[in-house]
Design a protein around this ligand. Structure first.
Ligand code: CO
Length: 186
């Protein structure tokens, strides 16, 4: 599947609010191919040359529902400043199995490929989580302990499975309300 700004559905599409379903394991060839395409999108979107040439919006994660497929699959890639992949996952049925009481938020707020308009404000999430799921890259079940930025990206993507968007979490009256004890990520 070709994934670009035209095939990514936006928040004016009610489909984005639907719940995604578990994927059957072992993955079918079709599901594998979609998951690989999601991963490749994130990887290519953060390569400045490719992104410019193909008009890709940079992202650290994408979920299948964002291309209109209601399946619990997502890809996440965090790179260092030289463009080297530090964390890369192509997951089927990822699930949070443990979460910290302590919260964290991004100072600059969150963004989403499916949300063209900016929504300012803090999104509080668990600072540390443990995720379990099937990883296509490693071809096995994995258990991931994520903290801070990576934990936030995971929670953002897993929210998509429930039809939740990041701005649903922003306090409408006080978008920049400070919560005691929450860790700020700059
Ligand atoms: Co998103």
């Amino acid at each position: 599947m070709k994934i670009n700004n035209e095939t990514i559905i936006k928040d004016d599409d009610p489909m984005l609010r639907e719940r995604s379903l578990d994927v059957k394991l072992p993955l079918s060839a079709q599901d594998k191919s979609l998951l690989q395409d999601l991963y490749d999108y994130v990887d290519r979107s953060t390569d400045p040359e490719i992104a410019e040439k193909e008009d890709l919006q940079a992202a650290v994660g994408i979920s299948a529902i964002q291309v209109g497929i209601k399946k619990k699959m997502c890809a996440i890639i965090l790179k260092d400043k030289d463009g080297k992949i530090v964390h890369g996952y192509a997951l089927a049925n990822p699930k949070i199995i443990k979460e910290s009481v302590e919260e964290a938020y991004l100072e600059s707020g969150e963004g989403c490929l499916s949300v063209p308009e900016a929504h300012e404000g803090y999104v509080y999430r668990h600072r540390r989580i443990t995720v379990r799921g099937y990883d296509l890259l490693r071809e096995q079940e994995v258990k991931i302990e994520a903290k801070d930025y990576l934990a936030i990206v995971f929670q953002h993507e897993l929210d998509h499975f429930k039809g939740i968007l990041y701005y649903d979490h922003i306090n409408k009256e006080q978008p920049f309300m400070k919560k005691d004890g929450a860790h700020c990520i700059e």
